[in-house]
Every structure is written in structure tokens, then in C-alpha cells.
Write a protein that binds this ligand. Sequence first.
Ligand SMILES: Cc1cc2nc3c(=O)[nH]c(=O)nc-3n(C[C@H](O)[C@H](O)[C@H](O)COP(=O)(O)OP(=O)(O)OC[C@H]3O[C@@H](n4cnc5c(N)ncnc54)[C@H](O)[C@@H]3O)c2cc1C
Ligand code: FES
Length: 272
Amino acid sequence: MSHACQCHTSEHDLMPAPYSIMTIEKHTPLEWTFRVQTDLPAQLGQFVEVSLPLVGEAPISVSDCGDGWMDLLIRNVGKVTSALFAKHPGETIWLRGSYGHGYPIDTFRYQKLLIVAGGTGVAPVKGLLRYFSEHPEEIEQLDMILGYKNQESVLYKREMPLWRETHHLTVTLDEGQSDGPYRIGRVTEPLQELDIRDIHATRAIVVGPPIMIKFVVQMLQDKGFKAEQIWVDYERRMACSTGKCGHCRMGNIYVCVDGPVFNYAQAQNFID
Ligand SMILES: Cc1cc2nc3c(=O)[nH]c(=O)nc-3n(C[C@H](O)[C@H](O)[C@H](O)COP(=O)(O)OP(=O)(O)OC[C@H]3O[C@@H](n4cnc5c(N)ncnc54)[C@H](O)[C@@H]3O)c2cc1C
Ligand code: FES
């Protein structure tokens, strides 16, 4: 089964085109999912450039997608995102893309998969979590460790019961009371305790702030994971998103076209 959400065209569209907002789901005051009516081709882990005329553009990960729709989890941090937060369902936003390389889902299918994600880093893997929760027969084992700052910043609360029911989900909070489904501490604590029997048959995805990626990848390697078994997702300042301007360049790598998802065997050699 293909992991592409739509296949109307394989060409990147360089011109932003208008699309209608179908729904807006408010996870926290600062993080909302905009479901956009679009047939842009997309793969989970790719990103689009979202724009508003006379305001600007921002790269945003495809957090989920399906037939005729795409979800964008947007954190209100600046010029473009705050203008987007003034929009309502039925109004128009502009998209171009999708860009870059997403997750090699076929590499994970029927394997053991471990996903460690933090904060808004959960957004790029949300579609994978949904897919393997709806198709548990397509994955041998799925362990998810998701970390947030506190209870108020937890994303995807609505989806979690299904993820918990079908696979192994641990949610950590940096601060607060150990309450109900949450555990206080960093993602590295449950990761350290995780009993991974078959390390050579397990793949890992790590998404989140650079410092989290660094410590989690180190711990995975200490546990015996080889770099080839680990995928990371990198965010860099972008402009063109098409490999032309050099904004996202790391050595001879362009994160916009070569990433943002990289196998760590490649990413460990990047010069920032
Ligand atoms: C591949 C990729 C995927 C991404 N996916 C997502 C996603 O799924 N969801 C999401 O919410 N974000 C995502 N981002 C991040 C998002 O693109 C940025 O946060 C983007 O800058 C937001 O645009 P903006 O115009 O709203 O913010 P900006 O106005 O660009 O501000 C962004 C940050 O920079 C600071 N800043 C702005 N101007 C200045 C200045 N002059 N001096 C100092 N600091 C300044 C702001 O305070 C703010 O913290 C992604 C980025 C990349 C590269
Ligand atoms: S953003 Fe222009 S080269 Fe990557």
C-alpha cells in the first residue's frame, strides 16, 4: 500500500495556490491543527510552505493527510503563524509543496519500530502513529515515547486512547504531577528502561528539539542501535525549499531537498 496521500502529480509546484481551511482543532492555546482541503501530493514527513499574501511564508510539516485533505499542526510563534491563527474554517490559506523526503514507511512495515518525539516534534510523526494504529497488523511492534513540557502542552490527547490500545505508548511531562496517563521526567528515562530484546530488528525515529535528538540518539547507540537503524527529522531556517537559495545548507546537504527526514548514518556526518 502506498504511503502517499495523493498522487495527482509528481511535480513540485513552485507557485503557492489557494486552499480552504476545513477545520481547526485547538490542542493548546498555541498549537492548532489546520485541516486544509487540498489534493497536493504529500508523504508523511514531508513539509509544505504555507503562506498568506503580504505576510510571508513558513515551512510546516505534513502532520497527516488523506484523500483531499492535509493536516498542519501549527505553533503560533511569529509573523506568519500568528496571521494564520486569525483565520477561520472556510477561509483561504496558500500552500506550495510538498517538499523533501518523508519517512520510508516501507522500511518500517512489519518491523519493530520505536518512535521518540518531543513537543511539536510529535506533529511530523502523527500520521505514522495514526496509520499504524489503524493498521496494527502492518507493524510487528510499535513503542512510542512522547515528551511534553506539562499537561497543558500535550498534543493529540483525543488520539491517544487508540494509540495506547493498539501499541505501547508512554507520555512524559517535564514538570507537574504524575497524574493518570502521564509520567514525570524526560523521554530518556522510559527509553533507558525500555527492554528492547531484538535491537537488530528494531528501527527508531527521533524527532524534536536538537538537544533531545542528541541525547536520545546517544542512548540508542549505547543500547546497541547502529546509525543505519535510526532516522531523525531536522528543521533548519528555510526560504525557497527547493534547493536553490542555500538557507538550509549544512555542508553539501540541503535539508529542504535531501531531508528533512534523514537516516542517521548520513546525518551523523553533517557539518552545521
Ligand atoms: C522542515 C520544517 C518543518 C516545520 N514544521 C513545523 C510544524 O509542523 N509546525 C510548526 O508550528 N512549525 C514548524 N516549523 C517551524 C516554522 O517554520 C517556524 O517556526 C517559522 O519560523 C514560523 O514562521 P513565523 O513567520 O510565524 O515566525 P517568525 O516570525 O519567523 O518567528 C519564528 C521565531 O523567530 C523569532 N524571531 C522572529 N524574528 C526575529 C528577530 N528579528 N530576531 C530574533 N528572533 C526573531 C520569533 O520570536 C520566533 O521565535 C518547521 C520548520 C521546518 C524547517
Ligand atoms: S531552503 Fe533554499 S536551498 Fe533549502
